[in-house]
Write a protein that binds this ligand. Sequence first.
Ligand SMILES: *Cc1c(COP(=O)(O)O)cnc(C)c1O
Length: 228
Amino acid sequence: MLPTDLAQRHEAIQTALAAASGGLYAPPQLIAVTKTHPAEDILPLTALGVTDIGENRVQEIVEKWPEIGKKFRIHQIGRLQTNKVKYIIDKVCLIQSLDRMNLALEIDRQAQKLGVCMPVLIQVSPAGEEQKGGMPPQAVRDFLQEVRHMAGLRVKGLMAIMPNTPDEAYLGGLFADMRTLFEQLREEAIDGVAMEELSMGMSGDYLLAARHGATMVRVGSALMGARG
Ligand SMILES: *Cc1c(COP(=O)(O)O)cnc(C)c1O
């Protein structure tokens, strides 16, 4: 892949994002999803001003870390096995996929061992697709009450993976539901919980997500090209 293609795709995505949010919301931050791409494909992103990348496999983060670790802020965006937390706790800036109590307990434990506090997003499943991870929207409040006092993690907002469908009306409704939940929780100002980030939207639907108030979009193939 030619870096000029990468630059053009990056420019097109940023321009579209700025237009899509239409003044109603600030344009979301672009998280470049670099999973399955080797470090040599990822490093040119620095020249484009990309600071934050998303990876979904612990093994890959560990393997690519020597080359990319000091150059980017890495977001853990995929399903995270509890027994792998210890390998990434010192390598990622945000775990976006917290969706169950035993994972919260392990993040808390490993972070406290290192003397750090790990920022996390609660992964919500707005369409009830449990295979993609995430908890039902109506479970989020109780979960926040249970994790808000943990010294090793700090909730920064919500994340969602949407169903893979071209039905924009249906998707738009789900994005709107996520934004509503996000704003409600923000207004509730729960002690120990920050509601700053709403991570939703991928290559197929990031503009729709931006229109509905995503603060972060996670874009892989539309930016990096197809691979793996
Ligand atoms: C792979 C992935 C993305 C990016 O997907 P694309 O469709 O390639 O943009 C976003 N979020 C998560 C959780 C992913 O696993």
